[in-house]
Design a protein around this ligand. Structure first.
Ligand SMILES: Nc1ncnc2c1ncn2[C@@H]1O[C@H](COP(=O)(O)OP(=O)(O)OP(=O)(O)O)[C@@H](O)[C@H]1O
Ligand SMILES: [Mg+2]
Length: 220
């Protein structure tokens, strides 16, 4: 049995909806093992990003427990979340948040303390070597997205969370990026959870979960 890198237990999340509350996650459970690449699919608004944000300690749940690499993190005070997130998780956001005042390469070397050779190697693998000394404002959407992917790979953490990581890439580059996430999980022993932008990459994942009525069920 491989180590479990992420466990969500009985997660509940609702949002205020006028005078009532709308239940988005209704007792969700999920286990992701090292070397496992998991996809979560479901219609727009069903709660996929909410789930990823809770797993990535960007958002608190109303109830339930979160374990990262066996450590229960859901009980820790929120002021410690940033440090845990930095240590354990590489997060690829849909809107690829890069810091505007750092050059592309520095998003890794400064933020993640990645050495120059590794930065160069990651940029080469993602075909963005030419933007290494550019600021984000000078990059195309797809280049920015690949810098964000490289930054998530530079994380030493055991978990990769990717929310539509290929939304601004054409299908060929998008598939290549998802292949790299798969390799990162399989070769470097990380667990990865992705909300895919494009169903054509689902053949690359190990397990698919469908989100429906606030609950996850395995497909196939
Ligand atoms: N901060 C918030 N306050 C209130 N409602 C919210 C908030 N964030 C999300 N929601 C609602 O929760 C539901 C789930 O949103 P979420 O972003 O998780 O969906 P999703 O499955 O990621 O959708 P998409 O595929 O469009 O990205 C939606 O109905 C959304 O309107
Ligand atoms: Mg979403």
């Amino acid at each position: 049995m491989k180590n479990t890198v992420l466990t969500l237990k009985d997660i509940v999340k609702s949002y205020a909806d006028g005078p009532s509350r709308r239940m988005v996650l209704n007792h969700v459970d999920l286990d992701v093992a090292a070397e496992e690449f998991v996809a979560i699919v479901g219609p727009s608004g069903c709660g996929k990003s909410t789930l990823l944000n809770i797993a990535g300690m960007m958002l608190s749940a109303d109830a339930g427990e979160i374990f990262l690499c066996g450590q229960k993190v859901s009980d820790l005070p929120q002021k410690r979340w940033t440090a845990i997130r930095r240590e354990k998780i590489g997060f690829i956001f849909q809107n690829h948040q890069l810091l505007p005042y750092l050059k592309a390469g520095e998003q890794l070397s400064v933020l993640m303390q990645t050495d120059d050779a590794t930065v160069r190697e990651l940029f080469r693998e993602l075909n963005i070597e030419h933007v290494i000394d550019q600021f984000p404002a000078k990059l195309s959407g797809g280049e920015r997205q690949r810098v964000a992917i490289a930054r998530a790979f530079a994380s030493d953490g055991d978990l990769i969370l990717a929310d539509e990581p290929t939304a601004s890439l054409d299908s060929e580059r998008g598939r290549h990026a998802v292949e790299m996430i798969r390799m990162e999980a399989h070769k470097r022993g990380k667990g990865a959870v992705m909300v895919p932008h494009d169903a054509r990459v689902l053949d690359l994942v190990d397990r698919i979960y469908k989100m429906e009525d606030g609950q996850l069920s395995e497909v196939g």
